[in-house]
Design a protein around this ligand. Sequence first.
Ligand code: BMA
Length: 351
Amino acid sequence: MIEIKREGVLLSKTQFEFESEGVLNPAVIREGDNVHLFYRAVQHDNYSSIGYCKLNGPLTITERWAKPFMIPDLDYESHGIEDPRIVKIDDTYYMTYTAYDGVNARGALATSKDLLTFEKQGIIVSSITYAAFVALVEQAGKVNENYYLNHHFYYQESDPEKKMILWDKNVVFFPRKINGKLVFLHRIRPGIQLVAVESLKELTEEFWETYFLNLQDHIVIDPLFAHESSYIGSGCPPIETEHGWLLIYHGVQETDGGRVYSACAAVLLDIDNPLKVIARLPYPLLGPETEYETRGEVNNVVFPTGTALFDDTLFIYYGAADSEIACASVSISGLLKELLTYLSDGEIPLL
Ligand code: BMA
């Protein structure tokens, strides 16, 4: 088993109204000696904005804003903006987040050239209804049946009008183009899927219809192990390594005591074809164990959303029990070595 070190809680809620209920799930980007954290700040009524703080090195806070960095100000995000992730591709920062309007939760994008001013680019996932999605996926019939059986609930039980839009969250870009294409992961329960396009303008509803008809070709991973048996979601932006893309994601298990976000497993994806899984860790990298991970706004949650690499040490930042932001560190070479002992079928170690 790989050893992971808890660095403890980094950020807690404050008296400021915008983050009075919790701070969690930060987008993380390292620039020189600094690490920027754009985090989900929750106020009364589960209404989220994005807060900001700056670290010197991986763990020392040197700046923290007393007001939100980004607020929800558009219709599609009227009940909050949640769970940001960030990468830099060429000279542009891509910040993705979940736009929540009180009913629908969909992946949205904002871009920036300087990390200070962001321009919202809108929803980048489909706005298909559950009913239409299920009809397409069922018709194709080649995917894990949880893609359609579980989803029947949303429109049969809760939405007789069949108007509810498919929840598609955890949109996470790869930090560079792959074969000339922008590539991002997204999550339609229960698995993690991948989109590769030359331009985001390609993402029309016609595009998504074809995509859903061939959904099996776009799934990177589905739940496999006990600790992720309910569903999984892309977590931190993939990290480029000599062995492939290292992906830290979250896995959810339904237990007698409720849902456990026994997060942080890892998977290695082929560098040119990230749909190809090279290796996958069969146990959680970090499950909820400490008081701050097991007790909070939502108990038993470790929700990793960003990393920063300092020499060989990978710092993983995560939401702990939907209340605080904590950090854990691991040797990246050690983690890769461990991962390569769990190769997917037919792979040969590159060591
Ligand atoms: C997800 C999101 C996250 C949260 C997680 C665990 O659906 O709402 O912000 O951390 O659930 O409660």
